[in-house]
Write a protein that binds this ligand. Structure first.
Ligand code: 1QQ
Length: 385
């Protein structure tokens, strides 16, 4: 599955030229630069892939309309697995000859697919990978998604204050790189904060019946349940916990950062605490414009993943602009120039606020949040002063 959005733009550019020799005055770019979008649109991660695709496509439509650079986004569905991501990267790198890749959705997919891009010198910008070690995959790997090692400590600190937390149970998915990474960070932070872990219980991606785990969790009488899970399993855990009479709040990782979880879990999601890189109400001009444009185009609210995807697309377009590409360079030149230009991005205004890249290609995002579900919505959770 793929789409090419630049066609109308290219047609216009072609129409405005007199012929192969063309007039001297023309756009800086003679050809659009091809950017691959590796997104899990189908399968168990579509709750993330859907807003991510929307964020990418909205951003590139606006960028192409503005015309400072021209991007040809090539969208490919990775599904939810690692092999799907590897296949898509191979196609984008070899068949489509893209100059850069945005994605893939999961850290577990990035650990499988990103090395192919590194080997081919293709810059990759992750927009939702939050596990430890993503930029370390290789010299052309960047991310705009705030990592769990930065977010989880904030969530634990705020939750500790708000809930006067002393005793929790930890539940985690031991079959996914992101959920295992998140679990380790939670365990470290709970220990640092002197919060007792009464039990640590595992499950695996793909499981649907959590009654054994939840019965065990309930028996430990925690004040809260800390969960490192992806959306599908996380949603089922919330619902099944309430059905078993567990009423204590859940504290989740980035996997829970989606309004679909609230919609699906309903009242079971109330009180859920999550660290997040974006809130709808962030009062910057770029965020307000993004929020309105997204709602106009897709008839629903954006979420953190859509905002991060939009920011990732902005960053790649800015790198293309800084690299001064015409689009006619050989693909190796385009790839290396974009990778170099990405490193120079230290401050760009996005729906996430001002972000940039650190010297190790990780995101530098000064403002992130802790959110709680109240009345069916995520709202910012601030500890009492
Ligand atoms: C990761 C994540 C997931 C929740 C992405 C949607 O943060 O895999 O890194």
């Amino acid at each position: 599955m793929w789409t090419r959005l630049w066609v109308p733009v290219l047609a216009l550019a072609v129409l405005s030229h007199a012929g192969p020799a063309g007039p001297a005055a023309r756009a800086a770019q003679s050809q659009p630069v091809k950017v691959g979008l590796a997104v899990g649109i189908t399968g168990d991660i579509s709750v993330y892939g859907d807003p991510i695709r929307n964020g990418f496509l909205l951003a590139f439509r606006q960028i192409n309309e503005r015309g400072a650079v021209r991007i040809d986004p090539i969208l490919e569905d990775t599904g939810g697995g690692r092999d799907g991501a590897i296949n898509v990267f191979q196609k984008l790198i070899q068949r489509d000859q893209v100059a850069a890749i945005l994605g893939p959705v999961l850290s577990s997919q990035a650990f499988g697919a990103d090395p192919l891009a590194v080997q081919a010198g293709v810059p990759v910008v992750g927009v939702s990978n939050t596990a430890k070690g993503i930029p370390e995959i290789g010299a052309t790997v960047f991310r705009v998604s705030a990592p769990e090692v930065l977010q989880i400590p904030k969530s634990v600190a705020v939750a500790k204050q708000v809930l006067n937390l002393q005793r929790v149970v930890v539940l985690y998915d031991n079959a996914d790189d992101f959920t295992v990474s998140g679990y380790r960070t939670f365990a470290e932070e709970l220990q640092k904060n002197g919060i007792q872990v009464a039990d640590t219980i595992t499950f695996a991606r793909g499981d649907s019946d959590f009654s054994a785990q939840l019965t065990k969790a309930k028996a430990a009488s925690p004040q809260a349940i800390v969960v490192s899970a992806l959306a599908r399993e996380g949603t089922l855990l919330l619902i099944q916990a309430r059905n078993l009479g567990i009423t204590v709040p859940f504290i989740g990782g980035n996997g829970f950062n989606d309004t679909n979880i609230i919609t699906r879990a309903g009242a079971a999601a109330e009180g859920l605490i999550v660290g997040t890189a974006w809130v709808p109400s962030a009062p910057t001009a770029v965020n307000l414009r993004f929020y309105d444009a997204y709602r106009d185009q897709y008839k629903k609210e954006p979420n953190q993943f859509a905002a991060q995807a939009y920011a990732g697309a902005q960053v790649v377009a800015e790198a293309v602009r800084r690299a001064g590409l015409t689009g006619a360079e050989d693909i190796g030149t385009q790839r290396s120039k974009i990778a170099e230009a990405l490193k120079t991005i230290k401050s760009i205004e996005t729906p996430l606020g001002r972000i940039g890249f650190t010297a190790t290609r990780d995101v530098d995002q000064p403002r992130t949040y802790v959110a709680v579900v109240r009345g069916g919505r995520f709202i910012e959770l601030t500890p009492p002063k």
